[in-house]
Design a protein around this ligand. Structure first.
Ligand code: DHB
Length: 390
């Protein structure tokens, strides 16, 4: 197979990149080891920054995000038994949208297929070759084990933190890495919403996040030990834990139909480009989920990379691609900091003593009682501006 841009990974980054390139007449092939059904049903993140929504809407990537998504103009920070609203509309005049990642993926897959683009499921990339040449290749296998080679002018690794593209770019150099001594226990349940907006709660028993999916389905998380077995708790116990972590609120309970444990890590690859091979999204960086930044960072990478690839492939100008890693890295480290800050402010470390807990309450009060504090949180949560070029 020959194409202009070979994209490994049909997640938000890979599919959106292919969509944006297609709008500029740049052909691409997207492969993913998973089936279409798996991609469209796996429960992942839920919050889209305003800039992400604007890109999806303006470029025709999703016509449902504004109608099926829910606009949220604030969140609640809960600590010391009380809730404090951070009003995004008032502080920064921006908002976020609750629209699950797998819905974004359904829209993007439909848009790709409607445009007649080459999108191949259950094709597993094994390695990337000839990164240093202007004809890099993806060596892959289809679901029957048959070999496939995709030769392109550029290969983009959008294959997540466990993909093969990262190795081709970073080699043994790896990246900056941070692990956290906790994870999130996530549930989906059939119940009405317990609150109109998300609740991020710091409690003496640890963190909880009360999110939503729709009128009859809710998503909630609580901090747990990373070694927790998702089946270890009865439903009754799950509700006891969640209730205890949002003191002052009464959760609306209902049958739990999905449970998972999410690991927490921060990672930033030292290199995100080698010759004609580029990394975007989780292949290049991972953030802990507390700031809801993962999918939004992937979108920001792709917006920047689209401009760089347009210059390279349409105008034969390689300088924007040379500048891409540093431009992407600036936003990545801001998002790393925000995600790390939200995580550390809200979670209970296993070794925390009373001093640590009271200091966190002091930090939370500093944020909610200060206009500048609320504005910093609101600005970062709703997302820094994106170039409007892609
Ligand atoms: C959701 C996930 C997040 O990581 C977050 O910060 C907010 C919401 C969610 O799945 O709804």
């Amino acid at each position: 197979v020959r194409t202009r841009v070979a994209v490994i990974g049909a997640g938000p980054a890979g599919l959106l990149l292919s969509h944006l390139l297609g709008r500029h007449g740049i052909e691409s092939v997207v492969i993913d080891s998973r089936s279409r059904e798996e991609i469209e049903t796996t429960i992942r993140a839920g919050i889209l920054e305003q800039g992400t929504v604007e890109v999806l809407d303006r470029t025709g990537a999703s016509d449902r995000v504004l109608t099926a998504g829910q606009k949220h103009e604030g969140i609640e920070l809960r600590f010391d038994g009380e809730g404090h609203r951070i009003d995004f509309a008032e502080t920064v005049g921006r908002a976020v949208w609750l629209y699950p990642q797998h819905e974004v993926l359904k829209d993007l897959v439909a848009a790709r297929l409607a445009a007649g683009q080459d999108l191949r499921f259950q094709v597993t990339a094994e390695r990337v070759e000839d990164a240093g040449t202007d004809r890099p290749r993806v060596v892959a296998r289809d679901s029957e084990g048959g070999p496939i080679e995709i030769e392109a002018e550029v290969v983009v690794g959008a294959d997540g933190s466990r993909g093969v593209a990262r190795e081709a770019v970073t080699g043994a150099r790896g990246g900056h890495f941070r692990e956290y001594p906790f994870a999130w226990f996530g549930i989906l349940c059939e119940a009405p919403p317990s609150a109109e907006e998300l609740i991020y709660s710091n409690s003496p028993d640890g963190f909880a996040l009360i999110s939503q999916r729709g009128p009859g389905v809710q998503r909630m998380y609580f901090q747990c030990d990373p070694r927790t077995d998702p089946e270890a708790y009865t439903e009754e116990r799950l509700w006891e834990i969640l209730q205890a972590r949002v003191p002052g609120t009464t959760l609306k309970e209902g049958p739990v139909f999905q449970r998972d444990v999410l690991r927490f890590r921060s990672f930033v690859a030292h290199d995100t480009r080698r010759g004609r091979v580029v990394l975007v999204g989780d292949a290049a960086h991972t953030v802990p989920p507390t700031g809801a930044k993962g999918m939004n960072l992937a979108v920001a990478d792709v917006v920047l990379l689209t401009d760089a690839l347009r210059a390279l492939l349409l105008d034969r100008d390689g300088s924007p691609l040379d500048a891409f890693p540093e431009a992407a890295r600036r936003r990545v480290w801001k998002a790393q900091h925000f995600s790390w800050w939200m995580t550390n402010m809200l979670h209970l470390r296993p070794e925390a003593d009373d001093f640590d807990r009271m200091r966190q309450i002091g930090e939370l009060r500093t944020v909610v009682e200060s206009e500048a504090g609320r504005a910093y949180l609101a600005e970062a949560y709703t997302g820094w501006p994106l170039p409007r070029t892609a």
